[in-house]
Design a protein around this ligand. Sequence first.
Ligand code: F6R
Length: 603
Amino acid sequence: MCGIVGIIGKENACEIILKGLERLEYRGYDSAGIYVANQETDHLVKAPGQLTNLAQKLTPEITGNIGIGHTRWATHGVPSEENAHPHLSQGGRFVLVHNGVIENHLELQETYLNGLALNGQTDTEIVVNVIETLSEKEHLSAFEAFKKALEEINGSYAFALIDTQDPTKLYIAKNKSPLLIGCGEDCYLVGSDAFAMIHETNRFIELKDGEIGILTPQQLWLEDADGQTIDRAAYTAEVEAADIEKGLYPYYMLKEIEEQPSVIRRLLQTYFDEQHQPIIDDTLIKQLLASERIYIVACGTSYHAGLATKATFEKLTQIPVEVHVASEFAYHQPLLAKEPFFIYLSQSGETADSRQVLVQTNELGAPSLTITNVPGSTLAREATYALSLVAGPEIAVASTKAYTSQVALMTILAYTLGQAKNNPLCSAFDIFHELELAATSMEEILYEKEALKIAAHDFLANQRNTFYIGRGNDYYVALEAALKLKEISYIQAEGFAAGELKHGTIALIEEATPVIGLITDEKTKAHTRGNLQEVKSRGAHVLVIVQANFAQDGDQVRLPVVHPYLTTLTSVVPTQLLAYYATLERGYDVDKPRNLAKSVTVE
Ligand code: F6R
């Protein structure tokens, strides 16, 4: 979702900001803009569409030593040049970029703007004009006007503001939307995440909700919501610029799919000791063991990862587990157990829907754990405990390695709990060894990726709709497979419980409709095959993805055999590759699907 980059103190501010915006492209956007200034001149350049449209407008004379840039994911108002940020106030004094949603923007407009004509439809344009109005009417300095405006605002925001009359300071503020300060040499930066600034620094200062700050080239002034000065030390981020390069890969998505075996191995190094015993914070384990019921709350792919681990989690821990979509849970909370424990699965750790639930469960005093790929993220900070997915930056909008890492880490957690409870199922499960085997099996599937390229061509590339079907965990992988396919290839895809098809949806099957069956479970393999026969008899073009020990003649994709608790790690890989290759064939940008954002920071 919207991305922000700003810098003060470097002569080539424009170049640095553009690079930062490129690094934020993965978040999803549909227009972009840059404002740069120095004591003599300033420039505001915006363009709808891809960043290259903006880059083409940036001529060499557009320079400055202070600037802010933005990639916008449209919420209020269509993607257009007028609605792109930065927004300039009508009097021309203030320039603002914003990530978030101002809930009371219409009230602010009515209270402060007195019918002032605006250029676009965004909430941000209202805010920048409120700041200007306050500064004029109440004779406030830029900082005072900014603070006063923040007091009036309800909603989520990360703001970066420049006063064009005094371009020697960069004003920033944060509430519920991510914003990080970068500490460079003789310069300060601000960005939606570390990637946006990693080409200039790897030292960062976290900004918390309600905080506001002023940056100059040499100094940083921060205060909290009560006006108390904050002195916060910088930390060094582990992320390297090389981690976020594509290298020789044509797309990040392929790189990230191929990284999955090494992500599993990194989890083994991180969460096991030399004797191959799990090492997870003892207090977390005790608190989980004391819980009566575990609630997994997540969205999209992370929700599917929760579903894909539920059965194993219950078996190993003997604690009931419910998996919930965050945006539903937030407004329709089920009756909770007396001792609930909440697990938030979130690649980005910034998802507003999940955070909304976390705020509520924190108010209830319920213990929680966030499992995320971004250790310092909002959900990680606000939960009682946090565990890192150690998957390395995931740049492609379509999540792949974060999913498999979530499934693997949830299994490690379940095993640790089961072991603490002396569950005999854990003694019979050499998890370290089995995860090693699963990583190797994933590699074997990846070696065969050409076959999946052909299958994508034969089964999917020219289709308008597709079904993935399976039972139990195969059904949960079917949900994820369908999401992956639809979000990047724009083929309408449905993940379906194989047995449920005949209760209505089978009416959609016609000549050549692709139906992809997933079979990795001894118990249900015969039934799923029966369901595949039913659709075949009605003309479906059937592709079978099956674990090798259950394969039959004619099955097209055979998966290496892994432990039954780990099948969702391997069976998802061919479906990721099918989505990738189908999208390539259809000529779409695999990494940046339309309308989507990597980090969904609005509800
Ligand atoms: C799909 C995808 C999304 C995210 C969802 C939750 O490929 O990436 O469905 O899984 O938006 O995001 P996180 O995991 O960051 O909370």
